[in-house]
Design a protein around this ligand. Structure first.
Ligand SMILES: Cc1cc2nc3c(=O)[nH]c(=O)nc-3n(C[C@H](O)[C@H](O)[C@H](O)COP(=O)(O)O)c2cc1C
Length: 324
């Protein structure tokens, strides 16, 4: 863990990213996150066209232009042959000098060099040490270590193991993702050796997130046990809420294999079948992003304070008192 984050991350109020989320992140969520001091991220593919993506980027820049000292923002690019827009969207990112780029599904030197050409930072998701080793070679500035139970496409390792393994092969920034919902979780991640965290699920249940109230209410009622991890809906292991699978007329315990003829259906993953990570069990309200960020900061400071008080000594003294 570094004592200070590099520019422009040193402007953050907390070392946290409001994660890019397909069909969930929009300009309102990004602007609210950056105005509240967290790094807000937007998937380029949340708009149907590159022109639409650029229009959203213009809107975000304009709105943040009237905020005093906003946190930097990020764009998420899917680096995979299934994304025909990659080059057009990357050109827009470079033209706009987007401060941070988060790539997924492929770390390519050409994309890293393009982001570095204007001084941007680039982070990439990893789920194992082998994956981290490969991605590190591309020259990225940060690795997002996906822990078990993360929202969206998930990791499988305990966060303790994930951070330790990534650190063995990578000297840059480590960002932990997965199942964190409160400020003390951010402190815990930092204590484990992460420089930053990336929080997605917690921010779906906010007023600004671009999902229906029905989805937000389902999240409030859900526990970690309601989250199914399956490759059958998208082709890669991802977390989805069981009640949303049932509401789509499917049996969560008997899903046809992804790509098989039986998997043809009207309902779409992400749009009708909703992703949430294990952290959903600790969410009990739908605040504004500003309220949530104030709360996260307060919890963060309280956690640091309570650790500084040395709980072990306090327990020992209490035990000695009882013995007397
Ligand atoms: C609904 C949803 C959509 C997501 N979409 C994307 C995406 O488009 N691109 C991406 O890189 N990660 C995506 N993710 C993963 C998040 O960026 C982040 O890694 C994850 O939410 C962190 O775990 P948490 O949800 O447990 O906090 C998505 C996650 C969720 C819950």
């Amino acid at each position: 863990m570094r004592s200070a984050l590099p520019r422009p991350l040193d402007r953050l109020r907390l070392p946290a990213i409001v994660a890019p989320m397909f069909l969930t992140s929009n300009p309102d969520l990004v602007v609210a996150a950056c105005s509240s001091g967290l790094l807000g991220a937007l998937p380029a593919l949340n708009q149907r066209t590159s022109a639409g993506f650029e229009a959203w980027l213009n809107e975000i820049e304009e709105r943040l232009g009237s905020v005093s000292c906003p946190a930097p923002h990020a764009v998420n690019l899917i680096v995979h042959k299934s994304n025909p827009r990659l080059h057009a969207d990357l050109e827009i990112v470079v033209r706009h000098k987007v401060p941070v780029v988060i790539t997924a599904f492929g770390a390519v030197r050409e994309v890293v060099d393009a982001v570095h050409s204007y001084g941007g930072l680039i982070f990439h998701d990893v789920a194992s040490r082998r994956h981290a080793e490969k991605v590190a070679e591309s020259g990225v500035d940060g690795l997002i270590a996906l822990g078990a139970g993360a929202g969206g496409h998930t990791g499988h390792l305990s966060p303790f193991a994930a951070i330790a393994e990534v650190r063995q092969v990578f000297g840059g920034l480590i960002i932990l993702a997965g199942a964190m919902s409160c400020g003390s979780d951010i402190v815990a991640a930092r204590a484990m050796g992460a420089d930053m965290v990336s929080m997605g699920t917690r921010f779906i249940a906010t007023r600004e997130a671009a999902v229906s109230d029905v989805q937000k209410q389902m999240m409030l009622a859900a526990a970690a046990a309601d989250v199914l991890i399956t490759p059958n809906l998208t082709g890669a292991s991802a977390t989805f809420m069981r009640p949303s699978i049932i509401a789509a007329g499917l049996d969560p315990d008997d899903l046809p294999h992804f790509g098989s003829p039986d998997a043809t259906r009207e309902s779409k993953s992400w749009r009708d079948i909703w992703s949430a990570g294990h952290g959903v069990g600790s969410i009990s309200d739908v605040p504004s992003v500003a309220e949530l960020c104030d709360r996260l900061q307060q919890e963060y400071q309280e956690a640091i304070h309570s650790l500084a008080v040395d709980p072990f000594r306090a327990v020992r003294h209490a035990n000695q008192g009882e013995a007397r």
